[in-house]
Ligand binder design. Structure first.
Ligand SMILES: [Zn+2]
Ligand SMILES: [Zn+2]
Length: 344
């Protein structure tokens, strides 16, 4: 089969002929129809998040089940599926409780093994991890859900418990942030979007932000958010992942507000000096958000089917497998053009 492979960290990934993946006894092999290009793939490629070489990236996939392991009960050849980027083991207490996103023995296609920049990919613990796609959701749209959109959905709904008329502050308007803006406004929240890029803020407005704040133009972003929301946001998300944004997000909240950390904060240098005095005095809630388990997908898919959520609008470019290497290699360049999805 064809796959996009890199031999060394930082070496341009190229389309290569690989042998077919083995089908796990509890898993499936999926024929990939669409797969998103994500900055997490870029981090792995650069060696920030090292992977075994040679490597096939890709963790935001949708496709059709091609082979089924002997221990799989719920899935058959031909089923249209997607999968969260965190796949649970299917055996532990967290997986049994439907919380595969924190499984201690999790696998992540494109990180712990070969990913979906390929004609076929193996997925473990199919009964725990696979998500059935409604016919109305096409493969490119489904591939755009797996990481950024689902992460934002869980951050805003499960953790943020956003309600109609609530203020939602979104710090950082990349893939997760724009998704959070779209989801919040679709659910009736009033959204304040913050970024340093005018192009990103323009997209945030198009996704439904009522107020946009250019962080380069104000001294104290949190004070401005509290100002425009008459006392602070009910829910605030650091959708980028930096100590400064995490602190600003917490300081943006009104009393009893909820901060959700969706952007990754990796390593010692990324530990934000959170104002725990405010957390106590205002009874703030702080949540970490790590993807979304398969169990929670049907609620999100229903909102997409009925047209309330339109993640397809966040897709900027659809490319072929042969363009994937170049697309991955240039992901460090800022782009306000939306997500890139590979279609096969
Ligand atoms: Zn991703
Ligand atoms: Zn598990």
């Amino acid at each position: 089969m064809k796959a996009v492979v890199y031999e060394e960290h930082g070496a341009l990934p190229v389309v290569t002929e690989l042998r077919e993946p083995d089908c796990p006894v509890d898993g499936v092999v999926v024929s990939v129809r669409a797969t998103g290009v994500c900055r997490s793939d870029w981090h792995a490629w650069k060696g920030h998040d090292p992977v075994a070489l040679p490597h096939v990236p890709g963790h935001e996939l949708a496709g059709v089940v091609a082979r089924v392991g002997a221990d799989v009960h719920d899935w058959s050849v031909g089923d249209r599926v997607t999968v969260p980027f965190v796949c649970g083991c299917g055996r532990c207490a967290w997986c049994a409780a439907g919380e595969a996103q924190v499984c201690p023995d999790q696998t992540q296609p494109g990180f712990t093994g070969h990913g979906s920049f390929a004609e076929r990919v193996a997925l473990h613990a199919a009964d725990t991890n696979l998500v059935r796609l409604p016919d109305a959701v096409d493969f490119v749209t489904a591939a755009s859900l797996g990481c950024r959109f689902a992460t934002a959905f869980r951050a805003v709904t499960t953790h943020g418990r956003i309600g109609a008329g609530n203020w939602l502050a979104v710090h950082g308007c990349g893939g997760v942030g724009l998704s959070a803006v779209m989801i919040g406004s679709a659910l009736g929240a009033r959204v304040v979007a913050i970024d340093v890029s005018p192009a990103a803020l323009q997209r945030a407005s198009a996704c439904g932000a009522e107020v946009v704040i250019d962080a380069n133009e104000v001294d104290d972003v949190a004070a401005r958010v509290r100002d425009v929301t008459a006392g602070g946001a009910h829910v605030s998300v650091d959708a980028f992942g930096s100590p400064d944004l995490a602190v600003a997000s917490v300081r943006s909240l009104r009393r009893r507000g909820r901060h959700v950390q969706a952007g990754l904060l990796l390593g010692e240098a990324s530990r934000p000096p959170l104002p725990m005095d405010l957390v106590v005095a205002h009874e703030l809630e702080l949540y970490g958000s790590h993807g979304m388990p398969a169990r929670d997908y049907p609620a999100m898919l229903r909102l997409i089917e009925e047209g309330t959520l339109r993640p397809g609008e966040l897709v900027g470019r659809v490319i072929g497998l042969d363009e994937a290497g170049a697309a991955l290699a240039t992901l460090d360049q800022p782009s306000a053009g939306g997500m890139t999805v590979i279609a096969l």
